[in-house]
Ligand binder design. Structure first.
Ligand code: PFF
Length: 445
């Protein structure tokens, strides 16, 4: 078996992890929920959730990965707890499951890139979305998206994922800044910012029971936790730099892109008098697309917008394919490229129902988001907190210069606080699952 690869640089690891984190979750879900849940006052809750819950949890995954230097399943065995391998297997399955339909959405985004150039969706965005989101087109573009993901992963850690994300992540930030600057010139800018960020404590307090679990769930999904991705990426680290510093950088950048997305989307919608409230999760494809129809240089702005969404989706998707590829090549004497291709084909097949009927896509997404993800995160936390315990503590302190007090605070957060938070979201998720699922990803048609 050839030697296991590592990241060439520390920045390479950080950018790859940010690439995984920044995805549709940030550009699509985050701004709308922020606006709906009380703007700036929600941001405060979200920041508490990402730093108080998301950061300790991402560190837990990093600890497993870097300490074991093996894929998300075998890592548990190398750490001397082979019985817990099922936790890694659940994460891998969750990632595989999510990637199958994420790729279908990635295909839609590709379609919208050239749809923007042609102005194809300008006259009737809703009908356009209905026409392209399922059927032959959706299947073909799902294949194209998956193919791009396979190519990057097939090239390896240093030459594929690291090189790609080193370009992709800065591009996402630069393009989003450019779009936000463009948004500022639109007539809807002030109204858009107002809608997005004006603090509304009334809305926050009235819906706290829904908001807190959302903030926690979003923190996990957005940081790509519970999918084996962060365990796998951390397993390619070959140095003992501070995981706390790296994790904090990733959390900050991830939140920053979400906020930036709000500065892009809302001026566009308000410039066109489109009510963001009615747009919901389908906003990117229906209302935001609709906004491009009438603004100056709409075709180009639309193209750039969907391009940045595509880059974000790709840099997330590669992290999930890598979880599976890494497991296979760590354990079998097979090449990375054929492995990536074979897994890509299976993902394509698993995604077919979602490409043929958005109801399937909604069901896949609901099951992943409400059940698989929280269970997977919960098990990882229990493992790191209660089984690895002191070993995890010394791993997390490496390179930080921080004392045991910090380490113990982290450990008890993982053991108790974060676990309670996940149990809360899981409880609500299960209720949603059985009391009428509300697909998070499918636009209301
Ligand atoms: N953090 C990602 C996001 O916010 O979109 C979550 C993710 C979803 C990662 C799907 C990878 C993926 F394929």
């Amino acid at each position: 078996m050839s030697e296991r690869e590592t990241w060439a640089t520390r920045a390479g690891f950080i950018l790859a992890a940010v690439g995984s984190a920044v995805g549709l979750g940030n550009i699509w879900q985050f701004p709308f929920k922020t606006a709906q849940f009380g703007g700036a006052s929600f941001l405060v809750v979200y920041l508490i959730a990402v730093f108080g819950i998301g950061l300790p949890a991402i560190l837990a995954e990093f600890v497993i990965g870097r300490r074991a230097k093996l894929n998300a399943i075998s890592a548990f065995g190398r750490l001397g707890h082979g019985k817990w391998r099922f936790v890694g297997a659940l994460g891998l399955l969750t990632g595989f499951w999510i990637l199958s339909y994420y790729s279908v959405v990635g295909g839609w985004v590709i379609r919208y890139i050239w749809g923007s150039l042609q102005g194809a969706y300008f006259s009737d965005p809703t009908a356009y979305f209905g026409a392209i989101s399922t059927g032959v087109d959706a299947v073909a573009l799902h294949a194209v998206f998956m193919f791009l993901v396979v190519v990057i992963v097939a090239l390896g850690i240093k030459d594929g994922i690291e090189k790609a994300t080193k370009v992709m992540v800065p591009s996402i930030i630069i393009i989003m800044l450019g779009l936000a600057a463009y948004g500022a010139t639109l007539s809807g800018a002030t109204a858009g910012y107002d809608y997005f960020l004006s603090p509304d404590f009334g809305a926050l307090m009235a819906n706290l029971g829904e908001i807190v679990p959302f903030a926690v769930g979003q923190a996990f999904f957005s940081l790509s936790l519970g999918m084996g991705a962060m365990i796998t990426y951390a397993s390619y680290i070959n140095r003992d730099d501070s995981l706390v510093a790296d994790g904090s950088t990733i959390v900050v950048l991830n939140t920053f892109v979400g906020v930036l997305a709000g500065f892009v989307v809302f001026p566009l919608l308000f410039a066109q008098g489109i009510d963001p409230n009615t747009s919901g999760p389908g906003a990117v494809f229906v209302s935001v697309a609709g906004a491009f129809a009438n603004i100056p240089a709409g075709r180009i702005v639309g193209l750039v917008f969907f391009l940045v969404v595509l880059i974000a989706a790709l840099s997330s998707a590669i992290s999930l394919l890598e979880v599976v590829v890494s497991y296979v090549i760590d354990n079998h004497d097979v090449g990375r490229a054929p492995t990536a291709a074979a897994i890509g084909v299976s993902l394509f097949v698993l995604g077919l129902p979602s490409a043929l009927d958005t109801a399937w896509l909604g069901w896949f997404d609901t099951l992943a988001y409400q059940l698989l993800l929280p269970v997977s995160v919960l098990l990882v936390l229990l493992f790191v907190g209660w089984v690895l315990g002191g070993e995890a503590l010394s791993e997390v302190l490496k390179g930080t210069g921080l004392g045991n007090g910090f380490g113990l605070t982290w450990l008890w957060m993982v053991r108790v606080v974060v676990v309670i938070a996940v149990l809360g979201t899981l409880w609500l998720g299960i209720q949603t699952l059985f009391l009428g699922p509300e697909p998070a990803i499918v636009p209301p048609l």
